[in-house]
Design a protein around this ligand. Structure first.
Ligand SMILES: COc1cccc(-c2nc(Nc3cc(C)[nH]n3)cc3ccccc23)c1
Length: 284
């Protein structure tokens, strides 16, 4: 019989995402534990985000990598769409960062290396995440990272005219420039290198507790991003960490350190050893 809400015992509400709530759930017949993301059709329609949800399902269902939250299946009823997702017990990296204030360089590098490995897998499939930030990174049972929320992921290059909700601290200059444009006119295209910029922002925020271009207002943050000038923080950083961040927070997208070199960067290697990125079982 087809999958429906009755197939699950619903547990505690884990939290709320952009389109609705996320619950802990157990599939009755198999006792399999999962996370059930409940999206209300009315809410999706009101934001005109049907294709965002369609894209999240289409893209996320094709991804299979240890650093990416598993997408098992989905179903819907008269008023809601349900996504059956892997349950990551550790919750959001964002909350852990808030609690700790900031991470040491070793812990930050281990997280960044895992995100880079998951991004390398996605880029190989010509998919960019486009929304890398601590809120979209969950933690598994062993504290390993799980990239979640593929609402903004798209195939190959595209031009995003989006209602980037939430923080804009992670958007790269090539997108920030577009947000200021009022007339649709000449939209520059951008590509997967947006994820490289966000990886640099992530590394900075994990080590300092603050995103590099954070300003009191959105337009000041946008302006700061366009300068690409990272403000000094009180936090002491190793020269390898500074070099890593400087290699990614580069205004020109094509000059950012490519992902395979990210995994070979001294800052990553000194903390994580040589990451065998997800190659075949023979290691090449
Ligand atoms: C806004 O904060 C939100 C929103 C939605 C879920 C959580 C949350 N999630 C998960 N695990 C998940 C979530 C998904 C889709 N798979 N595994 C675990 C947690 C643990 C403590 C607090 C919160 C948690 C937070």
């Amino acid at each position: 019989p087809h999958l429906h809400l009755g197939s699950f015992e619903i547990g505690r509400a884990l939290g709320r995402g952009k389109f609705g709530r996320v619950y802990l759930a157990r599939h009755r017949d198999s006792s399999f534990i999962c996370a059930l993301k409940v999206l209300t059709k009315a809410q999706i329609a009101s934001e005109g985000d049907e294709n965002l949800v369609r894209r999240e399902i289409e893209i996320h269902s094709k991804l299979s990598h240890p650093g990416i939250l598993k997408f098992y299946t989905w179903f819907y009823d008269a008023t809601r769409v349900f996504l059956v997702l892997e349950y990551a017990p550790g919750g959001e990296l964002f909350r852990k960062l808030q609690k700790k204030g900031k991470f040491g360089e070793h812990e930050a590098a281990v997280y960044v290396a895992q995100v880079a490995d998951a991004l390398a897998y996605m880029h190989k499939k010509n998919i960019m995440h486009r929304d890398i930030k601590p809120e979209n990174i969950l933690l598994g049972f062993h504290g390993e990272i799980k990239l979640a929320d593929f609402g903004y992921s798209v195939h190959s290059a595209s031009n995003l005219r989006s209602s980037l909700c939430g923080t804009i601290d992670y958007i790269p200059p090539e997108i920030a420039r577009q947000l200021r444009k009022v007339r649709p006119g000449k939209e520059e295209f951008y590509n997967r290198n947006v994820d490289l910029w966000s990886l640099g922002v992530l590394a900075y925020e994990l080590m300092t507790g603050k995103p590099p271009f954070e300003m009191p207002t959105r337009e000041q943050t946008e302006k700061k991003i366009l300068t690409g000038k990272v403000q000094r923080t009180g936090v002491e950083m190793s020269k390898e960490a500074k070099s890593f961040i400087r290699a990614l927070l580069v205004l020109n997208p094509d000059e950012r350190l490519p992902l395979d070199q990210v995994l070979e960067h001294p800052w990553i290697v000194m903390h994580c050893g040589r990451i065998r990125s997800s190659r075949g079982i023979f290691g090449y």
